[in-house]
Unconditional design. Sequence first.
Length: 206
Amino acid sequence: MGVISNGTTLLDAGALDSGVPTGAMTLIKTLTASGASTLSFVHGASSVVLDSTYKQYVFKFINIHPSGNNRFQFNGSIDAGSNYNVIKTSTVFIAQHDEDEGEDPSLIYQSGDDLAQATGFQDLMAFGNQDDDNDHNLNGTLKLFEPSSTVFVKHFTSITQGNISSNYSVETFVAGYFNNANDIDAIRFQMNSGNFDGIIKLYGIK
């Protein structure tokens, strides 16, 4: 016996229909940087999937450590990675607290880190450069929604936690959209200057 809701089949002969979202995360690809200048996830290359297979894609950042005091950032491509210059509009705010409590903890909107119809790379950590001390790193996530849509702009949200070069703990919140009706078929991560170490995992959520 089938179960149908508003014209959509939910159960068919006791089994969950393949078109019903389950929220399960599927690991697609793990890339490891060791003194790398960039890490790129390109649809169709090296088993990377970045199309309509999943409604949402999640990138996990683990122990991102720069070679110098620089900023971790990302951009998208609509031509399989030939160019990373998609127009974006975004908003950025941070929560910060310094080690010696010389300044009160605060929430701050970072007007200098947001983008308004810009093609440059979006910073994923704000309020200063990420610290390259040996015991400091950055961790977090970036979510990308329906990158293959040719109807809607493609939204993204990110939360990262790291240490800036003046020994602040900084949590950065980034949200925005790629203002383009073409597929976003590749995502690149990099520092604004220099190289980095770390792991980035790509998951798909149906």
